[in-house]
Design a protein. Structure first.
Length: 595
């Protein structure tokens, strides 16, 4: 979108140079510049009066008061004004936005306002990639710089740097700086940020949802003064991305020092009024096209890119949130509780670090997933032993699965000392080379009055990169196909919707626990415990029992069984003969070819 103005950039530049020349002739020029402190509480007034932007490009409801009076806001009312008000109140702001709504344009305006109104202030821009900065926020800064320079003649703009006093050299004082903060750049950013402390500082993160958690932590540590603010903007990806976590804690509660703002494309003035109020932004016709392209309205891309709503899980998530909801509705169905007890254990060994977790199963129903803190891993082993050896409800060791890697080894050793040998699960181990029973029983055939499996005989080891991938994929398929019931526990659901997967070398590969922890900032302990319990539980395939035949004295069921076995042998012999004849034909054809 372009800045509405009746004065060309060249005219503004010449005007600024003329002001400097006039002051030098009058002997009143000292090279000093004055901050616009009278606008510190009025950012929109400053932008309109000093940069010449249209007020309705920010305060959308002013574009057509009658149309907005009848409009039902889908996101926050006048969201850009709400973001401005948050910064004026010395609060940070997080904007989850649809695409094409002008959040980057607003961030460029805020950059110039902050520099203009707070002397010796610092503005830091970060994004995972350089083009996200230079082709976004800094493009708009470049467009508006001539108008800005008319008020600050000493200002100098180079690639990714705007200084109010260029003669101060490389000092990061009264300046805006762009820093590319890709994955692995946390240490470099932390080093550069050490010299960027100031009483008045504004940090703006573009594409915040894709920022490295370590980068966000470094930026948080950089903010020391009360007027060190952070504006985080982006298109929401999922509820564990860094943008959503900037606004809400791990329990889904709002962060007190951050104002959360949601921008929906349905609220944009171009859409509501049907005319081009803001050039380059989303238009009504284009929005209607996208609604068809990105539909249905419940799809992730529709929610994120059109309404600015944060989906529950990543696009490449292994498990979908709606599967969890469906599985929780079966929790009280007695059919899912017909089976043996089972336990799944994720181990921890610290009272301050990750939590341990135990999932408890009865048949195909997970009755509970409990997380708790322990002093050391051996305590987990003792808890498992007590449950497994309970006199009233003992658990068969074959149906107890425990993580044996790392701290899990101590719990395993404690169980061995107590005389209990359970099933050990090592994420990096090879997948178990067993048949996929669910696929095997996906097709059946009646033989001798009984139902026999005739589905594909697929060996699971051929499909999965390692045992962890096999364990989690089994959980995914059981949830997707409605084979299990789970508790109504959103903390558990967030854990099991966190992992993503790929198919390198044509094998299913689920990301490691360490990778998940680094990406979302926590460990999915309850999710791992659920996956382990589901993997080791007694898996009785669902079979439809045939009705018992009516007994009659005139029927000889023994003869019928004999005839059925005879037909089977006859069919097997026919298949063998066909294979023999086909092979003999191939041999003859090969012999003729040699001649």
């Amino acid at each position: 979108m372009s800045r509405p103005t009746a004065i060309s950039p060249e005219q503004l530049r010449l005007h600024a140079e003329a002001i400097v020349a006039e002051r030098k002739r009058a002997g009143t020029w000292s090279g000093a510049v004055r901050p616009h402190i009278e606008y510190q509480q009025r950012p929109l007034d400053w932008m309109v009066e000093k940069l010449g932007i249209s007020r309705e490009s920010i305060a959308w409801s002013l574009a057509d008061p009658d149309a907005y009076a009848a409009h039902q806001w889908d996101g926050d009312r006048d969201p850009l004004v709400k973001a401005f008000d948050a910064l004026v109140a010395w609060k940070s702001a997080g904007i989850e936005s649809a695409t094409g709504t002008g959040k980057t344009y607003a961030a460029a305006l805020l950059t110039l306002w902050f520099l203009a109104c707070f002397e010796n202030s610092i503005v830091i821009h970060t994004a995972p990639k350089s083009d996200q900065l230079l082709l976004g926020i800094w493009k708009y800064i470049g467009q508006m710089f001539p108008a800005f320079k008319a008020h600050f003649p000493t200002a100098d703009l180079i690639t990714g740097k705007l200084r109010i006093r260029p003669d101060e050299g490389g000092k990061e004082t009264w300046a805006a700086t762009a820093i590319v903060a890709g994955v692995g750049a946390a240490e470099e950013l932390a080093g550069r940020a050490k010299g960027m402390h100031a009483p008045d500082m504004l940090i703006i993160t573009e594409e915040t949802q894709s920022q490295d958690p370590a980068i966000m932590k470094s930026l948080r540590n950089t903010r020391t003064d009360d007027h060190n603010l952070h504006l985080a903007i982006g298109n929401p990806d999922h509820q564990d991305d860094q943008l959503h976590r900037f606004c809400f804690d791990e329990h889904g509660q709002p962060v007190g020092s951050v104002v959360h703002i949601r921008i929906s494309a349905f609220d944009h003035p171009n859409v509501v009024t049907g005319r081009r109020v803001v050039e380059g932004a989303i238009g009504k016709l284009r929005l209607e096209e996208r609604m068809i392209e990105d539909g249905p309205p419940t799809s992730r891309i529709y929610l994120s890119q059109i309404r600015g709503l944060c989906p529950k899980e990543p696009e490449e998530a292994l498990i979908r949130w709606e599967w969890c909801v469906a599985a929780s509705k079966k929790f009280d169905d007695p059919n899912f509780r017909d089976g043996a007890l089972a336990l799944g254990i994720d181990v921890a060994d610290s009272p301050t670090g990750d939590k341990a977790a135990i999932s408890r199963w009865q048949g195909a129903c997970c009755t509970e997933v409990q997380s708790f803190r322990v002093q050391d891993a051996s305590e987990v082993g003792q808890r498992v032993w007590l449950e497994a050896t309970d006199k009233e409800n003992p658990v068969d060791p074959r149906y107890i699965g425990i993580d044996r890697v790392g701290v899990g080894a101590s719990a395993v050793n404690e169980l061995k000392r107590l005389g209990l040998r359970v099933r050990l699960i090592g994420g990096g181990d090879k997948a178990v080379p067993g048949l996929d029973k669910d696929l095997l029983w996906s097709e059946t055939q009646e033989v001798d009055g009984k139902l026999k499996p005739t589905g594909p005989r697929v060996t699971q080891a051929e499909r999965h990169d390692n045992l962890r991938s096999q364990v989690w994929w089994m959980l995914r398929e059981d949830l997707r196909l409605g084979r299990i019931a789970i508790p109504n526990d959103e903390e558990l659901w967030k854990d099991i919707c966190a992992p993503v997967y790929g198919t390198p070398n044509n094998k299913i590969s689920v990301e490691s626990k360490d990778t998940i922890r680094a990406r979302i900032g926590r460990s999915p302990d309850k999710g791992d415990a659920l996956a382990y319990g589901n993997f080791v539980r007694r898996r009785t395939p669902l079979r439809t029992d045939l009705p018992s035949p009516k007994v009659s004295r005139n029927e000889d069921f023994g003869l019928e069984r004999i005839m059925a076995r005879h037909r089977q042998r006859q069919e097997a012999e026919e298949r063998r003969l066909k294979r023999f004849l086909a092979q003999r034909k191939r041999d003859r054809d090969r012999e003729r070819g040699r001649r």
